[in-house]
Design a protein around this ligand. Structure first.
Ligand code: COA
Length: 260
C-alpha cells in the first residue's frame, strides 16, 4: 500500500518536492492529506539524502485552497479542538525542521493553504498566486496557526485587517507586506526555489539548522532567543564544519562541509 494517496513526492538533487495532489478540489487539505504531510516531513527530518524540501500544489490554479470545507462542515466542538491541534502539530514540524523548506505558491493559498505556506521557512510565489484567510466567511477562524504566523510575518494591524475582512491579496501585495520573499513567473517558480535551496545547500548544514532554530526562538515566548543564539554559536564552534569553513577561507578555497 502506498504511503501517499494525496501527495506526490520526488527527490531532485537532494530536494524533496512535495506536491499536494488533489487538483480537482484545488488541493484542499483533508485530514488524510494533513496526515500524509506529517509522514512526508518526517522523511525530510530522517532521510540523509534529503537536504531540503519544497511544497507546491498540483496544477496551475491552486497551491492549497484551504482545509477541506466538506470535512470542516462535519466538525463539532468536541472534535474541532483536536482537529486544529493535529494540524498545528504538523505545521510546527515544518517550521521546526532543521533542513530548509520552501513554499512554491503556484496559485490560491487560502486558509490552511496560506497557513501551510507560512509554516515554511520561505515563500516564493508565482505572479498568479492569491493569498488570504477567508475563514470568517464560514463563521470560523484559522486553526492551523494562521492568526499567529500571519501576525508574525506582516504585523498586527495588517494581519487584523486580512483576518477580519477575508480579503484576498495578490502576489505583489504579499511581497510588499513581507508575506512572500520572491515573485516570479509560473515557469520560473520551481527553478527559483531550487536556486535558493541550491545556494543554502552549499553552506554548513549544522549552521543552517541552528539559524532556523534561533529565528524560530525569536517567536517562542518560553525561550530566550539570545541564549539560544549564544548556545548555538558555541555549538557551531565545536563542529568540524567550522574548522573546515575557517580553514577554507584562510587557504582561499571553497569549503567542503560534511554536516558535523
Ligand atoms: N474545500 C473543499 N473543496 C474545495 C475547497 C476547499 N477549501 N476549495 C475549492 N474546493 C473545490 C470546490 O468545491 C470545487 O469542487 P467541485 O468541482 O466538486 O464542485 C473545486 O474545488 C473547484 O473549486 P471552485 O470553487 O469551483 O473554483 P473557483 O475557481 O470558482 O473558485 C476559489 C476558486 C478558491 C475562490 C473557491 O474555490 C473558494 O473560495 N474556495 C474556498 C476557499 C476557502 O474558504 N478556504 C478556507 C477554508 S477553511
Amino acid at each position: 500500500m502506498s504511503l501517499y494517496d494525496n501527495l506526490l513526492l520526488q527527490l531532485d538533487n537532494g530536494v524533496l518536492i512535495i506536491t499536494i495532489n488533489r487538483a480537482d478540489k484545488l488541493n484542499a487539505l483533508n485530514i488524510d492529506t494533513v496526515r500524509e504531510i506529517k509522514t512526508a516531513i518526517q522523511q525530510v527530518y530522517d532521510d540523509p539524502a534529503v537536504k531540503g524540501a519544497i511544497f507546491i500544489g498540483a496544477g496551475e490554479k491552486a497551491f492549497v485552497a484551504g482545509a477541506d470545507i466538506a470535512e470542516i462542515a462535519e466538525l463539532s466542538d468536541v472534535n474541532a479542538r483536536s482537529f486544529a491541534e493535529r494540524g498545528q502539530e504538523v505545521f510546527s514540524m515544518i517550521e521546526s525542521c532543521t533542513k530548509p523548506v520552501i513554499a512554491a505558491v503556484n496559485g490560491f493559498a487560502l486558509g490552511g493553504g496560506c497557513e501551510l505556506a507560512m509554516a515554511c521557512h520561505l515563500r516564493v510565489a508565482s505572479e498568479s498566486a492569491r493569498f488570504g484567510q477567508p475563514e470568517v466567511n464560514l463563521g470560523l477562524i484559522p486553526g492551523y496557526g494562521g492568526t499567529q504566523r500571519l501576525t508574525q510575518l506582516i504585523g498586527k494591524g495588517k494581519a487584523m485587517e486580512l483576518l477580519m475582512t477575508a480579503d484576498m491579496i495578490g502576489a505583489a501585495e504579499a511581497k510588499s507586506l513581507g508575506l512572500v520573499n520572491h515573485v516570479v513567473s509560473q515557469e520560473e517558480l520551481l527553478p527559483k526555489c531550487m536556486e535558493i535551496l541550491g545556494k543554502i545547500m552549499t553552506k554548513a548544514p549544522l549552521a543552517i539548522g541552528l539559524v532556523i532554530d534561533c529565528v524560530n526562538a525569536a517567536y517562542d515566548k518560553d525561550e530566550d532567543g539570545y541564549q539560544t543564539e549564544a548556545n548555538s554559536f558555541a555549538r557551531c564552534c565545536s563542529s568540524q564544519d567550522f574548522v573546515e569553513g575557517t580553514n577554507a577561507f584562510l587557504e582561499k578555497r571553497k569549503p567542503s562541509f560534511k554536516g558535523i
